[in-house]
Design a protein around this ligand. Structure first.
Ligand code: 5AD
Ligand code: SF4
Length: 484
């Protein structure tokens, strides 16, 4: 366990170990010296800022980056004025990419004023060759670039960055290596994400994820459970199991285990009070999982089930491998079995070939399922995916469809959220309200937010709250003594 490692006693006159994670422990020790030297030159303690784009997987990766940065001697900061800034990028849609380029320009203007400043880039966007070419050509001021498969090597790469004056680039095409037991700095003391699998094998025709995150690899259940136990001992009460497609968890393991079985094992960990997971693919969602959720007190009443489109024709072109009717049937079954569940989804508008009638189908599904919330996206062309070569929909049509979808989503979500009015449900208190310090903000099992009077000492506690007033997408209420 890395907590038991005395980094100061590692002999740096020896060659670095070949095996992981010992090799990274060696580089953490070495990097501490570099940070100390830099600190003396700069005349102040060095600060580091991790800027995260994208999904929960990236948020978890950023906690790993932060863990290493703290171990090597940086003080974490929330400002891009820091001495070390790393952008953990997303490339699922083009606007995320454009934002990174914008931020890089801004960061470079600060680098000109601070000669000790270092800039790094990692994450999904770095797995694309055209991005690397562009960075090499026009962003020479970036000090370190690495990808999604070798993030565990961060300490080693930091050392190389300190030893070199040029741009360090280390991108792996794929990897079957999963390196455990490295430092992690959690954003919240009481909740944590945990990777249960990496990569994706689905190849939806619009999606770049399989190209940048590689093939599906499940972590072994024993390692997952050990990590959760450790988190629980450290004060975590809510855990979120993360994977691009958690429903196919376990398929590539020697001892085959289903996702539902894994959930049952996690439930046995006493101190864990709430279990969430992300993301489910409708085609792989099993009856076994519905049954396990239904009978569980710990698995949260929330399922995120990306629809993408309600048109069978478009779903086929997307290679989603379900029809409109199959999705509707699945959603109805889930609502029937677990009536208090909240169903949320992702919807995309403007996929090649999509007509106004296809959008009507999407709206029909939105109304029939009654989603509690939905993330709506405009289709974005991703180089190298099959859909990039298909005929694109004119922009005005896309926007008209998008507006209609958004309106339908808001209408059903409002209705769905309002149905909790007057109920008393438990909320995990996450923070003091940002606008009003007399309130705290909690999250219900079904993921709805509630604000109620309370103070910081409630943070991390699960308390019953009466939901008094619905304000569209969140509630205000009061803490009560008993849950009904
Ligand atoms: N364009 C727009 N949205 C996309 N998504 C994935 N790829 C694209 C794309 N090329 C959306 C999907 C997915 C969510 C994470 O991002 O809806 O579920
Ligand atoms: Fe973005 Fe997908 Fe990478 Fe997450 S896995 S950061 S959504 S590209």
């Amino acid at each position: 366990m890395y907590e038991n490692i005395d980094f100061n006693s590692i002999d740096l006159t020896q060659e670095p170990p070949v095996s992981e994670p010992e090799r990274q422990y060696y580089f953490i020790a070495k990097c501490r010296q570099y940070v100390k030297e830099q600190e003396e030159l700069a005349g102040h303690p060095l600060t580091a800022d991790v800027v995260t784009f994208g999904c929960q997987m990236n948020a978890r990766d950023s906690e790993k980056l932060s863990g290493i940065l703290e171990q090597v001697g940086y003080t974490l900061s929330d400002s891009e004025e820091a001495d070390f800034v790393i952008y953990n990028t997303c490339t699922v849609r083009d606007n995320a990419n454009q934002r990174v380029y914008g931020r890089l320009g801004f960061c470079n203007s600060m680098k000109r004023k601070n000669p000790h400043k270092k800039i790094a880039l990692c994450g999904c966007m770095m797995q694309e060759q055209n991005v690397i070419d562009k960075l090499k050509k026009s962003y020479r001021f970036v000090d370190l670039i690495f990808g999604t498969h070798n993030i565990f090597k961060f300490a080693e790469l930091l050392c190389r960055m300190f030893e070199s004056s040029g741009m360090i680039i280390d991108i792996w095409k794929d990897s079957d290596q999963i390196v455990e037991d490295l430092p992690v700095e959690r954003k919240y003391p009481f909740k944590s994400g945990i990777n249960i699998m990496f990569g994706c094998n689905n190849f939806c025709t619009y999606c770049i994820v399989p190209y940048v995150r590689g093939r599906e690899k499940s972590r072994r259940p024993k390692e997952i459970l050990q990590e959760i136990e450790k988190l629980a001992d450290d004060g975590v009460v809510e855990i979120m199991l993360l994977g691009q497609n958690v429903n196919s968890y376990g398929k590539n393991l020697e001892d085959e285990i289903s996702f539902a079985q894994l959930l049952q094992e996690v439930e046995k960990i006493d101190k864990i009070k709430r279990i969430r997971f992300m993301t489910s693919h409708p085609k792989d969602l099993s009856d076994e999982l519905i049954e396990v959720m239904k009978n569980s007190d710990k698995i949260c009443r929330h399922l995120h089930l990306p629809l993408q489109s309600g048109s069978t024709k478009i779903l086929k072109a997307m290679n989603r491998r379900y029809t409109k009717e199959q999705y509707l049937e699945l959603a109805a079954k889930i609502r029937r079995e677990i009536p208090d569940i909240s169903l949320t989804t992702d919807i995309m508008v403007g996929f090649p070939g999509e007509t106004a009638e296809d959008v009507d189908d999407t709206i029909d599904v939105i109304r029939k399922v009654g989603f509690d919330n939905a993330f709506t996206f405009i289709y974005s062309v991703r180089t190298g995916t099959p859909a990039a070569a298909m005929e694109q929909v004119p922009e005005e049509e896309v926007h008209a469809g998008f507006d209609r979808v958004l309106e339908a989503v808001q209408e059903t979500a409002r209705k769905q959220v309002a149905r909790l009015q007057g109920q008393t449900l438990t909320a995990l208190v996450e923070e003091v309200n940002e606008q009003d310090a007399s309130l705290v903000t909690g999250r219900l099992s079904n993921n709805t937010i509630v604000h109620f009077p309370g103070s910081a000492d409630l943070i991390g506690q699960i308390v019953p709250v009466k939901l008094e007033e619905c304000h569209g997408f969140y509630y205000t209420g009061h803490r009560v003594e008993e849950t009904k």
